[in-house]
Design a protein around this ligand. Sequence first.
Ligand code: HGY
Ligand code: MN
Ligand code: MN
Length: 407
Amino acid sequence: MLLLDDRRLLGALDELAAIGAIEGGGCARLALTDEDKVGRDLVVGWMKALGLDVRIDAIGNVIGLRAGREDLAPVMTGSHIDTVRTGGRYDGNYGVLAGLEVVRALNEAKITTRRPIAVAFFTNEEGARFQPDMMGSLVYAGGIGLNEAYAAVDKEGASVGDELRRIGYLGPVTPGVLKPHAFVELHIEQGPILDEEKVQIGVVESVQGISWIEYTVTGVSNHAGTTPMRLRRDAGYLAASVNLFARKLAWEMGGNQVATVGALALRPNLINVVPNRAVFTVDLRNTDEAKLKEAEARVAAYIAEVMKAERVEVEANVLARFEPVIFDGGLVDRVEHHAKALSLSTRRMPSGAGHDAQMMQRLCPTAMIFVPSVEGLSHNVKEHTEPADLAAGAQVLANLMLELAEE
Ligand code: HGY
Ligand code: MN
Ligand code: MN
């Protein structure tokens, strides 16, 4: 069995987490910011030091390629190193750095696998600054074109294209030109299931569907003291009502349905002025596409109702919409097999979070390996996974990758 150096992996995670480090032990490296660039440069440096052929594509995806005995489609692993603003140190980073640890161990063991091995990090997986999320892997899989991705802008009006150029990661390689034999992503669960059930490895069968919509509400600003309730056209009231409605709807629908109003901005945002503008987002997810569609329709119908009663205007902008993705059954079985072969406890499960793997399944057999998140915390600086669990996940990844690389 390929021997990994768990302490080295932990050290690499700490070193990367120090870039964009924030209060409480997390890190903030929003996509294509200076912090993201510094993180990218660090990981690219590690890839080069490992002798990998580093390729940067036109959407800034970075792939480190290790030659095989034969020039065949590579076995690819990877994830992302951009984070949300309140990011932890494992989301995405762990999958990329565990992939590099597999390469280090192969180098030390002087093993050349039949197939090449690739370790990738994809651009803007989080979608926190630019939407849609999983942008780099979506372009890689042919889901959107480069120009559409380049045109995405952040709240300050900076575009993906300009920011890629500015940080020096608008690479020459055509995205997706390297079609993997298989793709395996190692990731923290980011939810409470494995931790609550004390299970060591999550065998991920699918990723739930995602619906991101931004609503811009226009009402009439007015004096908070003199305007009687009957005359108000309060944009903030609609935003607040939708938040309550979506939350109640998720509880009522039950199952895997979740709903989040994560971003909300009122204007003029003053204590004594009825807001004339509200911009807010609704994130709806479900493992069942029909149910996700139902949730979307019910939120839209509710908005139409309140819009009429409050006499405000509403404009909807779809930021991301992905249907649920089912991973390759055979590869999922092999994740389970390798975890059990290491006497690790396992359970099959869907992913509540979006991942680059859901895009790679469009190109090749793809699967994911989860390790527990303590108290299910993620997108939170307190995100934590025990070192023993980090090591176990990396070993399952290594053993599966080696098997795939010899077929
Ligand atoms: O939103 C997500 O699920 C992912 O973190 N982009
Ligand atoms: Mn992630
Ligand atoms: Mn994330």
